[in-house]
Design a protein around this ligand. Structure first.
Ligand code: S3P
Length: 418
């Protein structure tokens, strides 16, 4: 448990850790590619360490030097491995697709939270390519057995980058062409990295086509994670002024900036450049008075991990905000609709649970109170920001789970965890 005191004013410049989604992909794809690669500014949080652990078990060599990884890939994976994916849905889902295409057998499993999350969403589309992927009543452990794959037309019903990526990573080993159609564009880091590593891939709007390809190792310089920066950006909007440096601004990830536009948050993108195929910028955010917003399904994928934080900002905005089309939040590391509603109400806010989102009646100020993260890293960090911005602060239960994506989260706010 951590006591968090309110702060009247927060100003500062923050350098945030590397992007989680891009680190997973850089390690996984280079681990299964021909040749060697250097990955710089990698995120060494628990989720990405799960991907490193699995790739080493499959035969890739990965040396860690600070936040730089030296990866020697193995195009021929070791068979019969039991792969511990920890808390990481990205590790388990993407690797299931990658391994199905490699025609090997493996078992992928994870912790209690990961074992409760849906896995048929990857097993079913992969079966259209001929893959032999079995789940345990729709959950992990997931068993992959060797079977040659063929191309297929796959229409996804949910806008999930993890599912899309699993199919793409299987598709590069399939005979023929695989085309995926997604209902709304989700993050496209896999498409960008596959293309840069020599894969035969074409993107037209919401359709992506891949053909059989051999991946070549590629150096990757990873921008800072906008999903981690978002907490410090929110601090700026609520309490002063923050500058987050070298943040990835891939347009499939910048929904938080759209939410800022609607809320009336004052921000600026400075020093915009492209690094390793990904747009990057410094983001300056200033204290702003906010107004209520309305978000729907179209808005959700580009801010999926930031929605608990966006809901918290709505609790400080003038008027009634409505977020819908966000049912996917129910199957994250916690049921993030239920845990966010509890968080906001325990802080003294007024948030009502909808089947697929939230109704939030904003107040100028939240009193503070006790918040439980339910071991969900995004809920822990959203709770911490809510407490810092509240009148009295309060206790945060299970704060240490922020190590899943952002181990230095509390240090950078000068909060010592005991
Ligand atoms: C991720 C995709 C998203 C996101 C997760 C990371 C990825 O999940 O919530 O934190 O790296 O592909 P879904 O694909 O399930 O929406």
């Amino acid at each position: 448990m951590q006591r968090i005191q309110p702060r009247a004013y927060v100003a500062g410049e923050f350098t945030l850790p590397g992007d989680k989604s891009i680190t997973h992909r850089a390690v996984m794809l280079n681990g299964g590619a021909e040749g060697e690669a250097i990955i710089s500014n990698a995120l060494l949080a628990e989720d990405c360490l799960s991907t490193c652990r699995c790739m080493r078990a499959l035969g890739a060599e990965i040396d860690v030097d600070g936040t730089t990884l030296h990866v020697k890939g193995t195009p021929r994976f070791r068979r019969g491995r039991e792969l511990n994916c920890g808390n990481s849905g990205t590790t388990l889902r993407l690797l299931t697709g990658f391994l199905a295409g490699k025609e090997i057998d493996a078992t992928l499993y994870g912790d209690d939270s990961l074992s409760s999350r849906p896995m048929n969403r990857v097993a079913e589309p992969l079966s259209l390519l001929g893959a032999d992927v079995r789940t345990t009543d729709g959950h992990a452990p997931v068993y992959v057995s060797p079977k040659p794959l063929h191309g297929a037309e796959v229409e996804l019903s949910i806008p999930s980058a993890q599912v899309k990526s699993a199919v793409l990573l299987a598709g590069i080993s399939a005979e023929g062409e695989t085309t995926i159609t997604q209902p709304v564009q989700s993050r496209d880091h896999t498409e960008r990295m596959l293309s840069a590593m020599g894969a035969d891939i074409r993107v037209r709007g919401n359709r992506v086509t891949v053909k059989k390809s051999v991946l070549k190792g590629m150096n990757v310089c990873i921008p800072s994670d906008i999903s981690s920066a978002a907490y410090y950006m929110a601090m700026g909007a609520l309490k002063g002024e923050t500058l987050c440096k070298n943040v990835g601004t891939n347009p499939t990830r910048t929904g938080i900036l759209k939410a800022f536009d609607l809320l009336g948050v004052e921000y600026k993108l400075l020093h915009q450049y492209v690094s390793g195929g990904e747009p990057t910028a410094d983001i300056l955010v200033k204290k702003s008075s906010m107004r209520a917003i309305s978000l729907t399904a179209e808005d959700v994928p580009s801010m999926i991990d930031e929605l608990p934080l966006v809901a918290l900002l709505c609790a400080f905005a003038e008027g009634e905000s409505r977020i819908t089309g966000a049912k996917e939040l129910r199957v994250k590391e916690s049921d993030r609709i239920a845990t966010t509603v509890e968080l906001i109400n325990n802080l003294g806010g007024d948030c009502q649970e909808l089947e697929d989102g939230f109704l939030i009646r904003g107040k100028k100020q939240l009193s503070g109170g006790d918040v439980n993260s339910y071991l969900d890293h995004r809920i822990a960090m959203t709770g911490a920001i809510g407490l810092l911005a509240s009148e009295r602060g309060g206790n945060l239960y299970h704060p240490e789970c922020c190590a899943i994506s952002f181990p230095e989260f509390f240090d950078k706010l000068d909060i010592k965890l005991y």
